[in-house]
Design a protein around this ligand. Structure first.
Ligand code: URA
Length: 225
């Protein structure tokens, strides 16, 4: 198991000087104080077109942390992570894997919805490296406070932000990742990717995703205090 580096904003002193949310992290933060400061975050331009900051949610010392990419349209409107179609599928798959979402802290690498208009719809856009770098101090602070025993990255954006830019979900999904962010860590695909999978292949893709989540569930049980 290769030990990965912390990446992007996590250990980026140059970034801390400007252009990231690092300067907004309060001294001796709590999840409540982080959430409150993040509500006014302007570290990158995404706040301009988003309804609100969508901060992570879950128990303060959740044994499991799930990290996605960015809030989507529903999340932006409701102000909670993973409550839209991808979140509903995630909930079903967690249940199938024997994981209670209520025991997980759920967050995203980037905390504002990035979108472009397509007719009446708001089409999700992938955050760029600058936006990711600007936002990761929030996620780093969440991880430092929650101290999850098991950390799961959902999709390539989260996997690369957490485990380094060389990480490839296509090759490394489901495998244990050695990181100083958590005793157990792994990455899998993003549930949105499952929703985009061709009908004929979707059931198999979902089974594979549930298998990855079962690995996280086993790590949770092994590590249970
Ligand atoms: N996709 C994500 O990565 N996060 C959400 O909160 C919703 C959809």
């Amino acid at each position: 198991m290769a030990r990965t580096q912390l990446s992007l904003g996590f250990d980026d002193p140059a970034g801390a000087a400007g252009g990231t949310a690092a300067a907004l992290i309060p001294p001796n933060p709590t999840l409540a104080s982080l959430r409150s400061r993040a509500a006014d975050c302007t570290a990158c331009p995404l706040y301009k077109n988003a309804t609100q900051t969508v901060f992570g949610e879950g128990p303060a010392h959740a044994p499991l942390m799930l990290v996605g990419e960015t809030p989507g349209d529903r999340e932006d409107v409701e102000g909670h992570p993973f409550v839209g179609p991808a979140g509903k599928l995630l909930d079903q798959c967690l249940e199938e894997a024997g994981i209670d979402r209520a025991e997980a802290y759920v967050s995203n690498v980037v905390k504002h919805f990035k979108w472009v208009p397509r007719g009446k719809r708001r089409l999700h856009q992938k955050p760029n490296a600058m936006e990711i770098r600007a936002c990761t101090p929030w996620l780093a602070a969440e991880i430092a406070l929650v101290k999850p025993r098991v950390l799961v990255a959902l999709g390539a954006t989260a996997a690369q932000a957490l485990f380094g830019s060389a990480f490839r979900v296509s090759r490394q999904r489901g495998e244990p990742v050695a990181t100083n962010l958590a005793p157990h860590a792994l990455a899998t695909v993003h549930p949105s990717a499952l929703l985009r999978t061709e009908d004929a292949d979707r059931a198999e893709a979902i089974r594979h995703f549930v298998d990855d989540l079962r690995r996280a569930a086993r790590a949770l049980r092994r590590e249970a205090p």
